[in-house]
Design a protein around this ligand. Structure first.
Ligand code: ACM
Length: 750
């Protein structure tokens, strides 16, 4: 009797769970599949669910059997559906049109995966696993039919393990997480000035010394003079992967369909090598150079021996040789480098670098590998078959694709996950740029300027995670998620299937997944982004608010006062004329979340007026070029947002032509300071006015009163009271005392 009751209770519980799951089944997959059709009911997943597979997909069946489910290899023919099983079967072109695609069918009676190859079957396995992890009850998988294929073949993540060392166990977890989002390439940045991380048997000093340093964090190390230590020294920080461990990672990744591309830096970023093998540098002295001497054949002998061991570990068709940010100055005076330039008929040090890269390419090619490098390898001429990783914007990638080279897009403004993902005032210190979730999501790796045939050279897209300011794994996850989830859709889904609002809705379910896997992800920001749109004809401004929050309640004021629960609720874009100081915040339970965002909107008297530059703005930070300072748009928290104009290593010196002589009440302008990336406030700002554009009267000079040694993002507004003085021309001179960058956004005139 008691037993019967218990059985009844269990049956009721199971039926209740099924009903609950049914009511809340979730198809919010990321990246978004090509075609997805919901079915009726659920497949019940248990620890006994048999995984039946054709022989070629046995590895993949083992990945699906996460709880040790029985895996059975099917015979070659006659494999009828087995109730309650998952089957993985070869596809034909009718079922799965794309060679790298898959078909996944989930029915209450079973699951079937069809694919042509391992890549397709792995993608299906990822979808199935993700589908489980976003359900309220992971044992009930909703019925669905999915036909899917990737947009790009290269869906990469680069991890810098030099600045911060991550042990093998963590690398595996990192791979597991990126795997869930169909990222299929792990670019392993194994060497850099902050530590060499791979055992090379012929050069033991690389791991006895160059892999160890004084200073646990990159910042401590940098602050204490970049010194290397010895392995075993109790004060040494560092580590390296033995060749066996590296092979273990390669095999672990390969089973999951992830290619591992090793990067061995040359000719720059090599301080650690030259500290232990100084004979490979131009000076021959440790701690002096970061570049190899390219006139010395020993350098090439060393690099070839290193790469020979690297190729024996990594089966990757691509070997990344770095190539970025070499300081070429030592080569200019080094007798050996100059001799090389002469004997090889090279024009300059750019061509000397190109010579070295070509020489490495010949070596790699002889071993049937392709050379991959950062976009600086274009300088002095690209090696014949090199593939380019475009990181300094897209320019290098576009040039390479037009010249018929393959390209991987990884521009800083979209793909650098070491940059801030929210208002820097609310975040742990990061690299200066601003790459929030929506920015990542908005990226299209195929530039519009490429023809269809050139566009075929864009192999894909990649996130780069440099770890100078990411000193441990929890912080790495904080910087990586959810931005990598946004990039996964950039890499996988066709543009036509992309929509940020829809993505955000699906992302809500992935916060659950990340919590289930104990990922220390960045919680969506409460910051309200205020986007103005100026109509120059009507002199009106239309404002739109966005937020990473899902369906946020945003309240705002237009007089600069702090928004409260009684302030106007935002319902959609609105238009106004005249000046306004907009302040907006996300509200939850009548409470403002975080600091309100503010925007000064003002169709002031200088809007649309021409600006003459006595000294040029920075070519790298032109913002909106000549229109920037009088276009009515203010800059936000990022110097890269297209409204902050840079002035590099010299003063800012500009004149605004107001078009006619008129009374001027006040003139103001804002500057930004972010010392970590070399942006400073001007020491002084001087204003002068003129009626004819020749004869200027200096009215006032103001001093900066904010120190230049605070790391926090800081703004300083300089305001000049002109009290109705009559003038047509206004000249502003801002003194660049540090010879770094000045950044200004708008000259506001009333
Ligand atoms: C790079 O960010 N230096 C490639």
């Amino acid at each position: 009797m008691i037993r019967k009751l218990a059985l009844m209770a269990a049956a009721i519980a199971a039926s209740y769970a099924a009903t609950l799951a049914q009511a809340t089944s979730n198809l919010h997959l990321i990246p978004r599949p090509q075609e997805i059709t919901a079915g009726a009911g659920h497949f019940q997943w248990t620890s006994h669910t048999p995984i039946l597979t054709s022989r070629s997909f046995k590895n993949i069946a083992e990945l699906i059997a996460t709880q040790g489910q029985p895996v059975k290899v099917l015979g070659e023919k006659n494999n009828p559906a087995v109730a309650g099983a998952v089957r993985i079967l070869p596809a034909d072109a009718r079922l799965v049109p794309d060679y790298n695609g898959y078909l996944l069918k989930v029915n209450p009676s079973g699951v079937a995966i069809y694919a042509h190859n391992a890549a397709g079957a792995i993608s299906a396995a990822q979808t199935l696993l993700q589908l489980r992890l976003i359900q309220p009850d992971t044992n009930f998988i909703p019925a669905v039919t999915i036909t899917d294929k990737p947009r790009f073949g290269h869906r990469g993540v680069m991890l810098d393990v030099s600045r911060t060392f991550y042990p093998v166990a963590y690398i595996k977890r990192f791979l597991d997480l990126m795997w869930l989002y169909k990222m299929n390439t792990f670019h392993w940045h194994l060497t850099d000035g902050a530590g060499w991380r791979l055992e090379i048997k012929q050069f033991p000093e690389l791991t006895k010394t160059a892999a160890w340093r004084y200073g646990n964090t990159w910042k401590d190390w940098a602050a204490t003079g970049h010194r290397y230590a010895r392995e075993g020294d109790p004060n040494a920080y560092g580590g390296y992967y033995s060749q066996d461990q590296a092979r273990e990672i390669v095999a672990y990744a390969a089973k999951r369909g992830i290619a591992v591309i090793p990067e061995i830096e040359m000719p720059g970023h090599s301080e650690e090598v030259l500290a232990v093998y100084p004979q490979l540098s131009c000076s021959g002295i440790p701690y002096k150079n970061s570049e190899y001497c390219l006139g010395n054949d020993q350098t090439f002998d060393f690099l070839e021996k290193v790469l020979t061991e690297v190729m024996a570990i990594f089966p990757s068709p691509y070997i990344h040789i770095g190539g970025d940010e070499a300081n070429k100055s030592a080569w200019k005076t080094c007798p050996k480098c100059q001799q090389r330039i002469k004997s090889e008929n090279l024009r300059d040090v750019d061509e000397l670098q190109s010579y070295a890269i070509r020489r490495m390419e010949r070596f790699l090619k002889a071993h049937h590998r392709h050379l991959l490098g950062w976009d600086e390898i274009l300088e002095g001429g690209l090696a014949p078959d090199a593939t380019v990783m475009s990181w300094r914007g897209e320019t290098g990638g576009i040039a390479a694709a037009k010249a018929g080279h393959d390209v991987i897009m990884t521009p800083g403004a979209y793909c650098y996950f070491d940059h801030y993902q929210a208002d820097p005032a609310t975040q742990p210190e990061a690299q200066g740029g601003y790459v929030p979730l929506e920015k990542v999501y908005s990226y299209n790796p195929v530039p519009a300027t490429l023809s269809a045939s050139e566009a075929k050279h864009i192999l894909g897209v990649q996130a780069n995670i440099w770890t100078e300011l990411i000193p441990h794994a929890a912080h790495l996850e904080y910087m990586t998620y959810p931005r990598l989830i946004a990039l996964s859709e950039v890499a996988w889904s066709d543009t036509a299937r992309k929509n940020f609002e829809d993505f955000k809705a699906r992302l809500q379910s992935h916060y659950l997944l990340l919590q289930r896997l104990n990922v220390n992800y960045f919680r969506p920001s409460y910051t309200v982004t205020i986007v103005p749109q100026i109509n120059y004809q009507s002199k009106q401004t239309t404002v739109t608010f966005t937020s990473e929050q899902y369906r946020p309640a945003i309240r705002y004021t237009m007089d600069g006062s702090t928004p409260t629960a009684a302030s106007t609720l935002y319902t959609g874009p609105f238009t106004f004329s005249g000046p306004a100081l907009i302040s907006a915040a996300v509200f939850r339970d009548s409470l403002a979340q975080g600091t309100p965002s503010r925007l000064e909107a003002d169709f002031h008297k200088a809007v649309g007026k021409s600006v003459h530059y006595h000294l040029p703005y920075s070519k790298n930070y032109p913002a909106q070029k000549e229109s920037t300072l009088t276009n009515g748009y203010r800059g936000g928290v990022s110097y890269g947002d297209g409204q902050w104009q840079g002035f590099e290593s010299h003063d800012m010196d500009v004149t605004v032509d107001m078009g006619s002589s008129q009374p001027l009440n006040d003139v103001s302008l804002n500057f930004m300071q972010l010392t970590g990336v070399g942006i400073y406030l001007p020491a002084t700002v001087t204003i002068a006015v003129s009626q004819d554009g020749t004869d200027f009267r200096t009215l006032e000079q103001q001093q900066n009163d904010i120190p230049d040694n605070i790391p926090a993002l800081t703004f300083r507004k300089f305001t000049f009271q002109l009290k109705g003085q009559q003038a047509r021309y206004i000249r502003i001179q801002a003194q660049n005392a540090q010879k770094g960058f000045l950044f200004a956004d708008e000259i506001i005139v009333h």
